[in-house]
Design a protein around this ligand. Structure first.
Ligand SMILES: [Zn+2]
Ligand SMILES: [Zn+2]
Length: 153
């Protein structure tokens, strides 16, 4: 599993992640994270099921991380490239650690990040102010119209 880097003094920004290969939006509520078992490995994680993703089974190519979490690869449903993984069952080692509880993880090299702005549009949105038990507007919008939202850059 993953945890939040404590060195981020600027706070934990809420990030939009899109597939690096085809620019499809994958989640609107991700954060920077690091592997519990190997803190030098940096990733992204999210607490909600991402959009435009499907699970990918590839027996030949087992995931290797430094713990025994049971994982399932996640592919972009638009272009099919692997973009991360889903933690099916956390291992005992991870459960005993201070993780961020996020089950969906994305590789740095397969996604692109954009920082989300707050409701007023005058600053960034931080996880501290994001209400995790309420759907937020953009997520609802994106889930309703998955093909109509493109991140322009
Ligand atoms: Zn683990
Ligand atoms: Zn893609």
């Amino acid at each position: 599993m993953v945890k939040t880097p404590q060195t981020l003094s600027t706070g934990r920004k809420v990030l939009l992640l899109s597939c690096k290969h085809c620019q499809t939006l994958l989640t609107d509520r991700a954060m920077k994270a690091m592997l519990v078992a190997r803190p030098s490995v940096h990733l992204y994680s999210t607490d909600w099921e991402p959009m435009n993703c499907k699970s990918a089974v590839d027996e030949q190519d087992r995931l290797r991380i430094s713990c025994s979490c049971e994982l399932q690869r996640t592919a972009c449903s638009c272009c099919g490239n692997i973009v991360g993984y889903y933690i099916v069952h956390p291992c005992n080692r991870c459960i005993s650690q201070n993780t961020n509880g996020h089950k969906w993880v994305f590789h740095l090299e397969d996604v692109e990040e954009v920082s989300r702005l707050n409701l007023h549009g005058n600053g960034y949105l931080y996880w501290d102010t994001l209400k995790s038990n309420e759907p937020d507007d953009l997520l609802f919008l994106v889930k309703s119209y998955p093909n109509h939202i493109v991140i322009n850059r």
